[in-house]
Design a protein around this ligand. Structure first.
Ligand code: OXD
Ligand code: MN
Length: 590
């Protein structure tokens, strides 16, 4: 029998489920979290004592701590992630699948007795604004105090969630255990039919903070399919023009492709009067409003951002965001107890411990911070945070972006002809892989809507669901494809990116208002070079011309890879997507 402490809720469904998992995992103690400040302090001390957190220099970085993860546990492991629907076809070729009974059985054996000598923490959490009919409750149990402290930042945790739940049974059951962190016994399994997630053998964010990828994307995408809404791997940002008008934009980009930077963009000095309002940097839940527009909420409360490349020149807002109350994971630590990573403002240190805690040799050819090192911090810490984040109905979306990392072929920006063509632009998204998932980096892979690792059901059905939104929403957002990452033959980036991306957003907003000069091409509407230049943009005309040019031959060569990919979805591929592929081929022929 475990010792029980903390605030036990009155909800009988929650109590019963926690009793069942405790009987399986056999922890010494069960602690029910309430989300209070006092609890944060106690659990932080416990994390320091067990070595999960290392206090950083509290003068320079108040409330900041460092976590070093197991060496084999530094990124999402997509090959060990499963959607365990009853029917394999419902998981689709985009997911690994295991039969539910087999997977429950396999994982039960790993969980059995795995928490002996440990504490099982119960974390009630709310995804979405308080009082919103769109918000969802999850209950996560975990044996990692690091996970509890991260969930506390990433979600609205504790009493607020239990109040929202009341005596209902409608919550996602999220079971997480580190077990022995053995990669051979690591599984991240989703059971959409049971509104349940089981994850074992990893402490890494995307595998272990079950609110994030597991609930807010994989499980939520399936719920959205059933109930007529979308759960997307999208940032939400408000862009205010000098006349005070704000347009909200959602943007899907694969992991580690700059969503956090775009959500927190700092306008360049040359674009006076423009302002940015940050609502979310990773996930959007999107519904049709009574006015026929799409409205989005950010279900999360924090940012789990990639540290390397974050500096005051690239993203001053993010850089400032992480100066207090931040948990850093796998960054380097200097001898004065402050942090460093590649792309940090300060010079390369000679006195740092690398992400593994070993003395770091700047000449040694290995990075000081892990390329997927992270910061976890409240979104409210961000200087450009917008209180619209709290609005129960969310914000109305004017434009949606699909972006990826592509050295060639994809212009800086272009607009779809309509919603169906926009869905096709999302469905044909492909990107060079990054360190956010294990596996090779820099290889082009198809990543439709930046959801390949996160869509909790058959992607053919998901595209059909996207297409069907046009019938539900009389006034849907305009859809654009963007690519900040084009390079010339010598490998130099053609576009300065970061704050200058606001020029692209400005053109997008003009297009949403039926203005903005554009050229119709076979792939969509591309801006005139003059729409982006001016106002002190310091790049060569030839670079701008290349950024907005359409390489017809390259596009024709790309058609086969699109159709090969679509063919893997068999008869689940919607007619609308087939039609768009055919129309593109015809336009390119003309
Ligand atoms: C993330 C990811 O952590 O996409 O947001 O990997
Ligand atoms: Mn993400």
């Amino acid at each position: 029998m475990s010792n029980i402490s903390g605030t036990v809720p009155t909800n009988g469904f929650v109590q019963k489920w926690v009793k069942e998992v405790a009987a399986m995992c056999q922890p010494d103690d069960v602690y029910w979290c309430d989300g209070s400040e006092d609890e944060r302090e106690r659990l932080t001390q416990a994390a320091v004592q067990c070595g999960d957190l290392i206090p950083l220099n509290q003068q320079a970085l108040p409330g900041c701590y460092l976590h070093r993860s197991a060496l084999n546990d530094v990124a999402r492991t997509e090959n060990l992630t499963f959607v365990c629907s009853e029917d394999k076809e419902d998981a689709g070729p985009n997911n690994n699948w295991m039969a539910p009974a087999e997977s429950y059985d396999k994982l039960s054996k790993i969980f059995a007795g795995s928490m002996r000598g440990r504490t099982l923490y119960v974390i009630p959490f709310l995804m979405g604004p308080q009082g919103s009919p769109f918000s969802k409750v999850g209950i996560q149990v975990t044996d990692s105090v690091y996970v509890v402290l991260n969930m506390r930042i990433m979600t609205r945790m504790g009493k607020i969630a239990l109040d929202h739940l009341g005596d209902s049974d409608d919550f996602t059951r999220c079971l997480h255990g580190k077990a022995d962190l053995d990669i051979e016994r690591r599984f991240i399994c989703h059971y959409p039919q049971d509104n349940t997630i089981w994850s074992v053998g990893s402490g890494y964010g995307g595998n272990a903070l079950l609110a994030k990828k597991c609930l807010a994307l994989r499980i939520a995408s399936k719920l959205g399919h059933k109930d007529g809404w979308l759960a997307e791997h999208m940032l939400i940002v408000g862009v205010e023009s000098p006349d005070g008008e704000i347009h909200y934009i959602c943007g899907a980009f694969p992991s580690a492709c700059g969503k956090t930077n775009l959500a927190m963009l700092v306008p360049p000095a040359t674009m006076k009067g423009w302002k940015i309002h940050t609502i979310g940097d990773d996930i959007s839940w999107i519904r049709v409003g009574a006015d026929g527009r799409l409205w989005a909420i950010n279900p999360e409360a924090g940012v789990f951002g990639v540290a390397p490349g974050t500096g005051s020149n690239t993203n001053l807002n993010a850089y400032r965001t992480v100066t207090k109350d931040t948990i850093f994971t796998n960054v380097a630590m200097r001898s004065d107890g402050t942090v460093w990573w590649e792309g940090h403002d300060d010079p390369v240190p000679s006195d740092a411990l690398d992400w593994r805690g070993e003395p770091w040799d700047p000449e040694g050819g290995t990075p000081a911070a892990h390329p997927n090192s992270r910061f976890t911090v409240s979104i409210k810490n961000c200087p450009s945070y917008s209180s619209e984040w709290e609005k129960p109905q969310g914000v109305p979306i004017s434009a949606m972006l699909f972006g990826a990392r592509r050295q060639k072929l994809i212009p800086l920006v272009y607009q779809s002809f309509d919603w169906q063509h926009g869905t096709f632009l999302g469905a044909t998204l492909a990107s060079e892989t990054t360190a956010a998932a294990t596996g090779a980096v820099g290889v082009v892979r198809r990543d439709p809507m930046a959801m390949l690792p996160f869509c909790g059901y058959n992607m053919g059905d998901y595209w059909q669901h996207w297409l069907s939104m046009a019938k539900r929403a009389a006034n849907p957002p305009k859809i654009f494809r963007v690519n900040w990452f084009q390079r010339n033959e010598r490998g130099r980036f053609l576009w300065p990116g970061f704050g200058e991306n606001l020029r692209v957003l400005r053109w997008i907003i003009e297009r949403c208002k039926s203005g903005g000069a554009a050229q119709e091409t076979p792939i969509g509407y591309v801006p005139k070079a003059s729409s982006l230049s001016g106002d002190g943009l310091n790049i060569a005309q030839s670079d701008i011309d290349q950024l907005v040019s359409v390489d017809r031959e390259g596009w024709r060569n790309n058609l086969k890879s699109q159709s090969d990919f679509f063919a893997t979805f068999g008869d689940r591929l919607p007619a609308g997507i087939k039609e768009e592929h055919k129309s593109l081929a015809n336009r390119l022929k003309a």
